[in-house]
Design a protein around this ligand. Structure first.
Ligand code: AHR
Length: 512
């Protein structure tokens, strides 16, 4: 109806199609009270494949430029996206990690088998001191996940004491003996990981009891106030959230959630780079499920915590494909295309929009594993398309979420339809407005007419991430195939914003 009316207008008045905006965006720029926590832009790094070893840690004697064994190129790249926090040491690895094996002189540390990830020998050369040094170099907050599955309450309690107690105590003394006089500040602690699965195969009731025991003995020392994050649900397991909130909600500050996007099945997840439009569509459709997940988990949490004191923390999310041919299946090494940038842009828009409940998220996993933002090969490093989304979106960190209403076209493929454009908007401390837009449609550009209520528009500028093909990616030989360019497709005309989004693109607009 709407379109035939427009065609009548064209026919009668001769209005050219190009001036008819297809999508209508309203940004309430004088409203908004929720802050988009910078921690929504967090990362996750596990002892898995070449994430820690080779990805960050090369050792002090490596020819690769490093600071106390940690590679400088990776640190600099992550600082550039203002990485706000880093979750470590797992993942499934966390529930078989014994932190005391990773302190003291490196050549005396015991070795272990990394049973989850390739059965390789872990020599514990990257432990607590190295991780906290990495976080200091990055200028980000550490988020440590404790061992509930195969550890003990005492072990986790002592880890907190070792790291954060400023005074005379057995653990603080041990820390000093290992070269660190002053305690670190570590606020974020996870109490186990996937305790419904690799973290102990527990029932929700059993884990809720365990959570309360462990959390009781994780103490606040001095001004180091802990933010304790309970191990949360597997994707749409709303009962897990219900049980945890009911039994332990008053003893946690956060509740995690894990959800991965797989285009196909767990046995054949699909290729990271070789996919057709149908598989692209399915990947995006599955990505959009994050909206439903957050809404439903939040609804359960609202029942027990209507004032939204407890944060919902999707601390593992991202795309999961088949490993690159010829690589160790236990190392989860996959390439990263423009499709993955689109997925990241959509997810981050969804997280921003839910920032009243979502207080932190962690994409899996920063370097060389799953939806990595960085890939390394010996001394070489490249930035993936997903990296550039974090680079574009850093302006949303700690900004005020602006309410938007948006009516948009549909992207249609094989008779199925989804919204063609994803959006979120924020206002930063200096008053600049940022609008992140993702054109999901791989074939068509999208014209948007935007009204920003409550402000006078002076100027608009933008940056764009796109490429010729949806499965384009960066290689060590051609690292800039998918990278950010200036965007000239936005204009202000008589107080109205008009934008033309290229097909398959992620755009960040800055408006003053
Ligand atoms: O990120 C890879 C694995 O996925 C993590 O170790 C685990 O928590 C999840 O199942």
């Amino acid at each position: 109806m709407k379109h035939s009316f427009l065609f009548c207008l064209i026919a009668i008045f001769g209005i050219p199609v190009s001036v008819l905006a297809q999508n209508k965006l309203v940004v309430n720029a004088d409203q908004g009270h929720e802050i988009i926590s910078k921690h929504i832009y967090g990362h996750f790094s596990e002892h898995l494949g070449h994430c820690i070893y080779g990805g960050y840690w090369v050792g002090e004697n490596s020819p690769i430029p490093n600071t106390r064994g940690i590679r400088n190129d990776v640190v600099n790249a992550l600082k550039e996206v203002q990485i706000p926090n880093l979750r470590w040491p797992g993942g499934c690895f966390a529930d078989e990690y014994h932190w005391m094996d990773g302190i003291g002189p490196r050549n005396q540390r015991p070795k272990m088998v990394n049973t989850h990830w390739g059965g390789v020998t872990e020599d514990n050369s990257f432990g607590t001191h190295e991780f906290l040094d990495l976080c200091e170099q990055l200028g980000c907050e550490p988020y440590i996940c404790g061992n509930v599955g195969s550890g003990s309450v005492e072990e986790m309690s002592k880890w907190v004491e070792y790291i954060t107690f400023d005074g005379e105590s057995p653990m603080a003394n041990l820390r000093k003996q290992n070269g660190r006089e002053k305690p670190w500040k570590v606020k974020f602690w996870g109490v186990g990981n996937e305790n419904w699965g690799c973290g102990g195969n527990m029932t929700a009731d059993f884990y809720a009891d365990q959570y309360r025991r462990y959390a009781t003995y994780c103490r606040n020392y001095g001004s180091n106030q802990l933010y304790k994050i309970a191990g949360g649900a597997n994707s749409g397991d709303y009962n897990w959230t219900e049980v945890l909130m009911k039994s332990a909600g008053n003893q946690m500050q956060g509740l995690s959630l894990h959800h991965y996007t797989l285009p196909k099945t767990w046995s054949d997840k699909g290729s990271a780079t070789q996919f057709d439009e149908a598989e692209y569509f399915t990947t995006i459709e599955k990505t959009l499920f994050m909206e439903e997940l957050l809404t439903k988990h939040s609804t359960v949490m609202d029942k027990y915590d209507p004032r939204k004191r407890v944060g919902l923390i999707p601390d593992e999310w991202g795309v999961w494909y088949n490993v690159e041919p010829g690589t160790n299946p236990g190392f989860l090494y996959q390439q990263n295309t423009l499709r993955d940038a689109i997925v990241a842009g959509i997810n981050l828009n969804i997280f921003n929009t839910h920032c009243d409940r979502v207080k932190m998220t962690n994409i899996a996993q920063t370097v060389n594993v799953l939806q990595a933002v960085i890939l390394t090969e010996n001394e070489k490093m490249l930035l993936t398309p997903t990296y550039w989304v974090y680079w574009l979106y850093k302006v949303h960190q700690d900004a005020v979420l602006l309410p938007v209403s948006f009516s948009c076209n549909q992207y249609e493929s094989n008779g199925k339809k989804i919204d063609a454009v994803s959006v979120s908007a924020s206002k930063d401390a200096s008053g600049k407005i940022h609008i992140s837009l993702v054109n999901i449609d791989p074939n068509k550009e999208q014209r948007i007419e935007g009204e920003l209520r409550g402000v006078t528009l002076k100027s608009v500028s933008g940056k764009a991430l796109t490429s010729a093909k949806i499965n384009d990616y960066n290689t060590f030989e051609q690292p800039n195939t998918v990278s950010v360019k200036d965007f000239k497709g936005a204009k202000i005309n008589k107080g109205t914003l008009s934008v033309t989004l290229p097909a398959k693109s992620v755009i960040m607009l800055e408006i003053e």
